[in-house]
Design a binder for this molecule. Structure first.
Ligand SMILES: [Zn+2]
Length: 497
């Protein structure tokens, strides 16, 4: 009897010790779902710094489904309209059919499927927080959709604003202009239409010189859509308010343009054309700048004209960037040539109809992380950083363009890889240097920290004597700026055609 009891205690001890080894019970983290501690049949485990846990309890507690395919050794987790497929011991996963890489694969422990919680929950739209001090993993279910409560129209000076207002911070939006009929579409994501009096689709019934009406609807279960029916071909500048609770859609009202369509002068008169010269109309009601033909620079499609392009001249002030030497002394500082190129690029893009902003216009210091932040604050659509290259060796030479495939790009109308490729092609033609190519460089700060598609252009090498001689000429500035401008315009135009 005593012996039997002792044996029993020893067995229990051994069992719990081995359980502890398998599950890491003694130091296993606590799981908190939406503020409540969630008990799983077995505690979470940590593998290679990642928390894994049995999928079923967590995701079914959120209202999702978890299924197992024994033949494929695949677990499928679905929540709302997202499906994550994980294969046991494989670092390749699929999210809505799209391939993704994991650093720690799903695994089987004691006949239970354990999945990496951070990866799966994040893909399902949850917020995941890890607190190392008290060893807790906090998972917050996808947020409630924002309620779009009002759409209003105001005019201040020459700005006509359509304002879409929500009851909380807007998580994402997208704007696109279309032709036939001319209209601008604004989608607010993860949103529900909830006006004071109605949640049904309707229109404001407001018209003016810019638009004939503003329509709105619950476009799909997750998207509120406003459609602005245009009276003129003008793409607005779309931005988020400081508190992120409103989307501003800003049009410019041309004070000179009357409503009378039979007045030939007002139709052909560009506000910027002070010479009185009548500019040719390209047939779309958009005025072509005759200089563009001389420069072989395409006009930016009107649908892209409201999209803000931020131009970032690399380095500046106390940061000179790379240095070009001749006979032991500095003959060129990278910050100087970058500013010259960026200034000319800015001029060319504006000439083609683009809306632009420069992160610096003189030799001042701008902190590296402020540069993408400026673009984020301005709700820019594209970030272009102008640099030149250098190497310890004098041998490398030529042109390269960097881009990333970051997830936030999906909310925009074009991808940075497309822009980088167009720009690389055009720079190769205009500068004629060695093509080093469009390169995937997701870790560069300005690319990583900007929400929008972003590219970094490295024109030529200050460390290469032949490149450097070219860089000292005005022709270099023109060839670089013109090639970059052509590439950007062509990429943006391709995105709407
Ligand atoms: Zn640089």
């Amino acid at each position: 009897m005593r012996k039997g009891l002792l044996l029993g205690i020893v067995l229990i001890l051994l069992l719990s010790l081995s359980m502890g080894t398998i599950y890491g019970a003694s130091d296993s983290p606590t799981l908190i779902l939406d503020g409540q501690v969630l008990q799983t049949p077995e505690p979470p485990v940590i593998r290679s710094g990642r928390t894994l846990l049995p999928a079923k309890v967590l995701f079914e507690s959120m209202g999702g489904t978890v299924s197992w395919d024994a033949q494929l050794r695949k677990t499928t987790i679905a929540l709302d309209d997202t499906t994550v497929e994980l294969f046991i011991d494989s670092t390749t996963a699929y999210v809505n059919g799209e391939e993704k890489q994991l650093d720690v694969p799903a695994t089987i422990i004691s006949r239970r499927t354990y999945v990496p919680v951070n990866f799966v929950a994040t893909q399902l739209g949850c917020e995941v927080l890890w607190n190392a001090t008290d060893r807790t993993v906090t998972v917050n279910s996808p947020k409630e959709p924002v309620q779009v409560t009002d759409i209003s129209v105001q005019q201040a000076g020459d700005t006509l604003r359509v304002q879409l207002s929500a009851d909380s911070a807007i998580e994402g939006y997208r704007s696109v202009a279309y032709e036939l009929p001319d209209r601008v579409v604004i989608d607010i994501k993860h949103a529900k239409l909830n006006f004071e009096d109605t949640d049904a689709a309707g229109s404001l019934g407001i018209s003016n010189s810019v638009f004939s009406d503003v329509r709105y609807s619950q476009f799909d279960t997750d998207t509120v859509r406003a459609v602005i029916d245009l009276a003129v071909k003008q793409a607005p500048h779309v931005s988020l308010s400081q508190d992120k609770m409103s989307v501003y859609v800003d049009f410019t009202v041309d004070e000179n343009s009357g409503d009378s369509s039979d007045d030939d002068n007002s139709d052909n008169d560009d506000g910027d054309n002070t010479s009185g010269e009548v500019l040719p109309d390209n047939g779309d009601g958009v005025i072509n700048n005759p200089q563009l033909a001389d420069l072989d620079l395409p006009q930016l499609d009107w649908r892209m004209q409201g999209q803000l392009i931020v131009i970032d001249p690399g380095h500046g002030g106390t940061d000179s960037g790379s240095l070009g030497y001749q006979n032991g002394s500095v003959i060129l500082q990278e910050k100087t040539i970058n500013l010259k190129v960026a200034t000319r690029l800015n001029e060319l893009l504006q000439m083609a109809g683009a809306t632009t902003h420069m992160t610096r216009t003189d030799d001042s210091s701008v902190a590296l992380y402020d540069r993408p932040e400026i673009a984020n604050q301005l709700s820019a659509a594209l970030f272009v950083s102008c640099h030149n290259n250098s190497n310890e060796s004098a041998t490398p030479h030529g042109t390269e363009v960097h881009y990333s495939n970051k997830e936030s790009e999906a909310d925009y109308n074009f991808r940075s890889q497309t822009v980088a490729t167009f720009v690389m092609d055009e720079l190769e033609k205009s500068m004629g240097l060695q093509r080093r190519g469009a390169k995937l460089s997701p870790s560069y700060a300005v690319i990583r920290c900007s929400n929008m598609p972003a590219i970094i252009i490295e024109g030529a090498f200050l460390s290469n004597p032949s490149d450097l001689q070219y860089m000292l000429t005005d022709q270099y500035v023109e060839d670089y700026a013109l090639g970059a401008a052509r590439g950007i315009i062509k990429a943006l135009n391709a995105s709407v055609n």
